[in-house]
Design a protein. Structure first.
Length: 589
């Protein structure tokens, strides 16, 4: 076996020398043709990333770190967490149409819609600061902006350059943009000591995202059924104020007392502190206790779950499906106004997707380092070393996945257990891959297709609405795949909407039409349940009023196969309870 592998390494050496020869010949021919045509070659000027003035520790107290791009709930929590870590910070408001126009005015042409909105939003923010009386230099000196970034493959890779270009064109040349890399964490070289990217920072950030996710999910679940209009939003506002304070007051774990001084004399101090931070994260109750409090506040909002509402699952591009403003035509509020229940997408799915993709890549590249270095497989020491290295990387990511899911589950339970759990990435890959290769990255990759199938087929939504930004490359690709999906799953109601800075009326009217179909489905469903159970909506409503726990947000009524809507599932459950109670009355009588 080992001997038979040896010629393959020789083959590789031969192939690469042949390739070098071919390249040489091509180059020779190119020069000949250029000479013939009189073409003079100029030295290629590659793009160089501008060297930016660093954000240093000494500037921290006088510098405000700006961030944005999520929902106001997530941002409020991140704000609290960052202040708790000692930073001055501010979330820039949700982008509006003016931001979009500014993005177009100061940025490059031909970008995707989220680029215009987010880039223009930062320009709008600094312009507002100027209008309030700060000079341009003061703004450049006293503010920095932190954002997510990546090296592509879609336009996401250009965000950083776009921010800088637009700021320069708007007269804010030198404004610092710090990049939070999608892969590889925050770029330390950029953040320098002004922004300390350590475990405390990551924990604060991810806790804020996760708490924001579960609270957002629950609010969207209960708002459509609140008996007193506006009560959910009032409770949500007050709860977020309280949670922000909890995040702000949370102090990162540090070793203290005699044990700390003892450990400091050894080289175990750093390991012990790291362990302490993890244990504090896994078993601390600062956040869960606060969420118990929010659960009780939500439970005090009376709900009428007999209202028949179609469930609309939101999918699409990350930013377009998350933002709650002009960037997606204010679609969530529009849907609720039209009588739908919105099933929002948690940011946690995206985090799990990134971990899943990282594992896929490691698996796909297994052993390539050996090929690259020309190491034959019979070199057992090196082969085993490479194999163990791969397994170690996979194990680390598996632990990260398990911990992330565990923490998310803990928060869900603390908030009453009704928020949705994170969708299994392997299940999504299994569903999406036949239509969209799960190795193809960029944007939501195969997720958009997979979620469509998942939510429609598991009776979790009456309709799937995909928010796809104008000019989004990955979304355009998945559009093609979705036509194969809808022709395979003929029952699904799926509508893709291209989001832009204009065209709200057109988008709303398209959604309204699809929603009409979803409403009919929800109505037929409740009619079937009422017929089968021999009860009426009025009976169920009266029964729920006699049993106040049934009107609470965290009341569990189960999910029956074949039933999607809240009203249908609630009526089926209530009818069962009514039957059980009447059997008991007869037995006692
Ligand atoms: S996924 Fe689409 S909209 Fe989002 S950054 Fe990439 S190209 Fe733009």
């Amino acid at each position: 076996m080992a001997l038979s592998e040896s010629p393959r390494a020789n083959d590789l050496v031969q192939i690469s020398s042949k390739e070098a020869l071919i390249r040489q010949q091509i180059e020779k021919e190119r020069r000949r043709l250029e000479q013939e045509a009189g073409i003079v070659r100029r030295k290629i000027q590659h793009f160089q990333r501008p060297v930016e003035r660093p954000f240093t520790k000494s500037e921290r107290d006088a510098t405000t770190v700006l961030f944005g791009g999520l929902t106001w709930k997530h941002e409020k929590l991140i704000h609290g967490a960052m202040e708790g870590l000692g930073y001055k910070c501010e979330a820039i408001p949700v982008p509006n149409k003016k931001a979009f126009q500014l993005g177009k005015e100061y940025g490059n042409n031909g970008q995707c819609n989220p680029t215009y909105f987010t880039v223009g939003n930062l320009v709008q923010f600094v312009q507002n600061l100027e209008e309030k009386g700060l000079t341009k230099q003061e703004i450049i000196d006293r503010y920095v902006f932190i954002t997510a970034g990546a090296c592509g493959p879609c336009r996401f890779g250009m965000y950083e350059a776009e921010y800088r270009l637009a700021l320069r064109n708007a007269g804010f040349d030198g404004f610092r943009v710090l990049l939070f890399q999608q892969s590889g964490g925050l770029n330390q070289a950029e953040a320098e000591a002004g922004l300390e990217i350590n475990l405390d920072f990551f924990l604060g950030f991810f806790n804020s995202l996760n708490i924001g996710d579960v609270i957002n999910d629950v609010a969207y679940q209960i708002r459509p059924f609140e008996v007193n209009a506006g009560e959910t939003d009032r409770v949500l506002d007050a709860s977020l104020d309280m949670l922000q304070e909890v995040m702000r007051r949370k102090r990162p774990f540090t070793l203290e007392g005699k044990l700390a001084s003892l450990l400091r004399k050894t080289n175990l101090s750093a390991t012990a502190e790291l362990l302490g931070k993890f244990l504090n994260q896994l078993y601390g109750d600062d956040y869960t206790a606060a969420l118990n409090d929010v659960r009780d506040r939500f439970n005090a909002i009376p709900l009428d779950r007999t209202r028949v509402k179609p469930i609309v699952k939101i999918t699409g591009e990350f930013w377009a499906q998350t933002t709650e403003g002009d960037g997606n035509f204010n679609m969530f509020r529009f849907l609720e106004k039209e009588g739908a229940q919105v099933l929002v997408e948690p940011i946690g799915t995206w985090v799990m997707y990134l971990l899943h993709q990282a594992k896929q890549q490691i698996r796909g590249e297994r052993g390539l380092d050996l090929v690259e270095k020309g190491i034959p497989k019979w070199n057992l020491k090196k082969t085993l070393g490479s194999h163990l290295d791969t397994q170690q990387q996979l194990a680390q990511l598996t632990v990260a996945e398990a911990m992330f899911k565990r923490e998310y589950r803990r928060l869900i339970n603390a908030l009453g257990g009704i928020a949705h759990h994170l969708t299994d990435q392997y299940e999504l890959q299994r569903l999406g891959h036949p239509f969209y290769n799960s190795h193809a990255e960029g944007g939501e990759g195969h997720l958009e297709v997979a979620k469509n199938i998942y939510y429609s087929n598991k009776d979790l939504a009456h309709m799937v609405l995909s928010l796809k930004p104008f000019g989004c490359m990955p979304s355009t690709q998945s559009d093609g795949a979705q036509s194969a999906v809808v022709s395979t799953y003929k029952d699904m109601i799926y509508i893709p909407v291209e989001t832009s800075g204009e065209g709200d009326v057109n988008a709303h009217s398209r959604v309204q039409m699809a929603l009409g179909e979803a409403k009919v489905r929800a109505k037929n469903e409740i009619k079937r349940v009422l017929d089968e159970t021999g009860t009426t909506i009025e009976d169920v409503r009266a029964f729920a009023q006699d049993h106040p726990e049934m009107q609470q947000a965290t009341y569990k009524y189960g999910h029956q196969k074949g039933l999607v809507g809240v009203a249908a599932n609630f009526v089926a459950h209530a009818a069962e309870r009514m039957r059980a109670e009447s059997r008991l009355t007869v037995a006692v009588g």
